[in-house]
Structure formats: structure tokens, C-alpha cells
Design a protein around this ligand. Structure first.
Ligand code: UDP
Length: 254
């Protein structure tokens, strides 16, 4: 059965990165994966968290925040500040983004600083956490380039790129990069976070009130690895063509 947007089961949504979308940020990008759009920013704070100071942990830190803008969903989503608390889903997602980026950043090389990642969802159509990770890595790479230019860093602390993609089983078929309509009907929902050299950072997978087989897991892994390879290629293209003067989108359709 064809997918609701005409893609093949192993096809990513069109991915694009518009660099330098937030001029005051050190590194920023608008990442679009189909209709999912996230603004990702990376900025340095010249301090480290108190727990690091107390425990005399050397090096720096990387922290991430995630939020869905009120108009990112079909029904207006109340801001966290209006509710007086961050919802559990956002907390889980921002921790995932932080862990994913820290896995590829040499915190010692960063020095006694914090790299602050902010991911704000402009439009949600499934896969906002995976788009956030993929975009945050580009934003962090652009920020690091600026810091090297300004001689605040001598060497990039980013050891390799990291990207994330969703996979799942929909109507009995393993599929790559689910959009919202697919996600809501999926019997298995999985997010893969992987590095450019093919290592895993995190695998989040669950049967939605049902079980799944080892062969379905293997099929989803195969799809996910293909998707990650393509996303890393798109990230590389975006990073190498980004320049402050020309915030043109860099896009690829697979
Ligand atoms: N979603 C929404 N409102 C919410 C949470 C989720 O509209 O408060 C939609 C949105 O399209 C999101 C999708 O449901 O992308 C899937 O949500 P999930 O929690 O699985 O996270 P995501 O796939 O975005 O990482």
C-alpha cells in the first residue's frame, strides 16, 4: 500500500537545513523534515553548572532545551510558562537531545563553558525529537566554526556528526521516518540516534500496546541505518555550504 505522502517505505521525507536563521545565536538552523520544522540554536555560556564546580569535574558541559511553539500543532499548545511547568514529554525529549549531542562532543576540549542547545518546534508532523537532534548537530557545528574563527577554540570538540530518525511498523509494514498520520497508527514506534561512523547512541522502541518480532526489529534497523546515512550526508552538505551572508536552504530529497 502506498504511504499517505506517496513515499516508499525506505524513503526519508525531504530534508533541508536553512542556516543562520537566528542571527543573534552563535550557530542556528531551521531543519525541515517534510512538514516537521524545528529551529535549532547553539550558543556558548562562559560558565559550567554548579554540580560540576562542586564535584570539580574538568571540562565543559552541553545542555539542551526543547519546546513546541503554541502554533506548531493543529490545536494550540499552551506554553510551558503558562502552565508553570514543563510537560514530561518535553523533559524526556530535551534530555535525549542533550545525551545525543554529548555523545559526540569532547567536553574537555570545550573548556569550562556550556554549549546551550535550544530546539523550538515551529511545525509538528511527527519526528520532532529526531529532527531536533539532527538539526542541533548542524547548529552546534556552525557555532563551533564561529568559535574557532574567533579563536575561542583551537580545535573542534565535535568528534563526529550525530543524526536521528524514526522507524516504525504501520499496517504491518516497516517504514522509515514516520509522519504524524503514520505515527499515530503505528503498531511499533522507534527512534534511532546514530553517529557518522555507524555507532548507536540511543535506541527507543516500543510496541504500541502490542509486541513485535525480532525480524521486524531487524527490518526497522536496516531502514534506520539507511536513513541515518542519508541524514549525515545532508548535514555535511549543509555545514560545508553554510555562510553567514547566504542563509539559503540546503535540501536533499532521497
Ligand atoms: N503531537 C502533538 N502534540 C503534542 C505531542 C505530539 O501534536 O503535544 C504530535 C506531533 O505531530 C508530534 C507527533 O504527535 O510530532 C508525535 O509525537 P511524539 O511524542 O511521538 O514525538 P515526536 O515523534 O515528535 O518526536
Amino acid at each position: 500500500m502506498p504511504r499517505n505522502d506517496g513515499r516508499k517505505n525506505d524513503q526519508l521525507r525531504p530534508i533541508s537545513f536553512t542556516p543562520n536563521i537566528a542571527p543573534h545565536s552563535t550557530g542556528s538552523v531551521l531543519v525541515a523534515a517534510g512538514n516537521t520544522r524545528v529551529i535549532c540554536s547553539a550558543m556558548i555560556e562562559e560558565s559550567i553548572p554548579n554540580w560540576m564546580k562542586f564535584q570539580k569535574v574538568p571540562g565543559g558541559w552541553l545542555t539542551a532545551e526543547y519546546s513546541m511553539l503554541p502554533y506548531s500543532t493543529l490545536e494550540r499548545k499552551q506554553r510551558d510558562s503558562a502552565k508553570g511547568r514543563i510537560d514530561g514529554r518535553s523533559v524526556e525529549i530535551q534530555r535525549l537531545i542533550g545525551r545525543s549531542l554529548r555523545a559526540v562532543v569532547d567536553l574537555d576540549l570545550l573548556g569550562p563553558r556550556t554549549l546551550c542547545i535550544d530546539c523550538d518546534v515551529l511545525q509538528a508532523d511527527g519526528g520532532t525529537r529526531t529532527a531536533s537532534i539532527t538539526g542541533a548537530c548542524v547548529a552546534a557545528s556552525l557555532a563551533v566554526e564561529k568559535l574557532i574563527e574567533k579563536k575561542l577554540l583551537t580545535k573542534s570538540p565535535i568528534k563526529q556528526l550525530v543524526a536521528a530518525v524514526s522507524v516504525g511498523v504501520v499496517n504491518g509494514e516497516p517504514m522509515l521516518d514516520l509522519n504524524y498520520l503514520e505515527d499515530k497508527d503505528a503498531s511499533v514506534d522507534m527512534n534511532l540516534v546514530m553517529t557518522a561512523n555507524g555507532q548507536f547512541v540511543e535506541v527507543q522502541g516500543s510496541g504500541e500496546e502490542q509486541t513485535f518480532s525480532e525480524s521486524e526489529l531487524a527490518a526497522m534497523m536496516t531502514l534506520g541505518k539507511k536513513g541515518i546515512g542519508e541524514l549525515i550526508a545532508a548535514q555535511r552538505a549543509a555545514i560545508s555550504s553554510a555562510s553567514a551572508e547566504t542563509p539559503e536552504p540546503v535540501g536533499l530529497v532521497f
